[in-house]
Design a protein around this ligand. Structure first.
Ligand code: NAD
Length: 309
């Protein structure tokens, strides 16, 4: 994309920056394009930029190209350390972003990092919301994600049309950092439910009942969860294992829950056992494997791909 073309983009409020064009960021950017926003994207990976460009995103080669054109910038990065580097690093946003910009960080990150980064930006009159998401790449691609948002209400209201374009449910949960606390709590449950559902189906199978039927029964009963209603039918029982969310990222989220609990001196035995099982899974499952593969650690015969068991 030529500089002349980018300079020609007139409508600042309708031009959104997206930094991190991976499984989530690329699909969020494509959704905004479909909803008539102009989207300028940036990623360190050429492949990610190319894939986003195929979906109508203008791929910038420098962060400054993006910050010159956008007063709303969405981050979709792997971890808190990436957020800190992109925001406050030597070549980070803090050095190039215009005042009155709002940064929406959809990364599942560390609450303390959100608070620290927001405090630095606020010195320059830049708003920062932590707004982690649920719904996976499919939810990002269809604008039906759930978002949990922390930060100043005024900044939240200002960017609401953009959040509405990306999501079907939004919960403003409190001050900056609260979004990530809510997301960590949610993913701690999702991580546990994947394992408990695998255990329930193993129990039923060993007792001689068809696990497919038992899954149907659980989903009609009080034991149901996002794991039983969405993850098992879509990715585990089909053995598709192509959700677009990796073991590495879920292990990170479970680790965030463990660290948060420890920092608060809490005794949460189920959470700690869940964390231990996800940590142990690293011996069998690579970071790049689908997160639903955790079911295979409970029962490789039932949940493993035929050619792998
Ligand atoms: P991903 O690894 O597919 O994408 C991350 C992208 O960030 C990559 O393309 C990478 O090149 C890019 N990146 C890394 N450092 C960068 C930098 N300094 N500058 C620019 N780009 C950089 O990850 P994802 O699955 O899209 O997840 C993104 C975030 O969303 C994570 O925090 C994850 O936990 C969270 N999340 C993911 C899902 C999912 O289903 N994939 C669901 C909910 C939440």
């Amino acid at each position: 994309m030529t500089k002349a073309f980018i300079t020609g983009i007139q409508n600042m409020t309708n031009t959104i920056g997206v930094i991190g064009l991976g499984n989530m960021g690329r699909n969020m950017a494509a959704t905004l394009v479909k909803k008539s926003f102009t989207v300028i994207g940036f990623d360190l990976s050429e492949t990610a930029c190319k894939q986003a460009a195929e979906q109508g995103v203008i791929a910038a080669t420098h962060l400054s190209t993006l910050t010159e054109q956008c007063n709303i910038i969405i981050l979709s990065l792997p971890k808190a350390e990436h957020v800190e580097a992109v925001c406050l690093g030597d070549n980070g946003l803090i050095h190039v972003v215009s005042p009155r910009t709002t940064i929406i960080d959809t990364t599942t990150s560390v609450p303390e990092t959100s608070r620290m980064v927001a405090a630095e930006f606020s010195k320059q009159n830049i708003a920062f919301l932590d707004a982690p998401v649920s719904g996976g790449p499919a939810g990002a691609a269809t604008g039906t994600m759930s978002m949990v948002i922390g930060g100043e209400m005024e900044a939240y209201k200002q960017v609401l049309p953009v959040l509405e374009a990306m999501s079907s449910v939004r919960v403003h949960v409190g001050d900056v950092g609260a979004g990530n606390i809510a997301k960590i709590a949610n993913n701690m449950l999702a991580a546990a439910h994947l394992i408990t559902t695998a255990e329930a189906l193993t129990l039923a199978e060993k007792a001689g009942v068809d696990p497919e039927k038992v899954l149907e029964a659980i989903n009609a009963g009080s034991g149901r969860s996002g794991a039983s209603q969405a993850m098992f039918p879509t990715w585990v029982m089909t053995k598709a294992y192509d959700s677009g969310f990796t073991m590495g990222l879920m292990r990170k989220d479970v680790g965030l829950a463990k660290t948060l609990a420890q920092s608060l001196n809490l005794t949460l035995p189920m959470a700690m056992q869940t964390a231990a099982l996800w940590e142990d899974s690293a011996q069998k499952l690579a970071d790049s494997d689908d997160f639903c593969c955790i079911a295979q650690c409970t029962n490789p015969l039932l949940f493993g791909k035929e050619d792998e068991v």
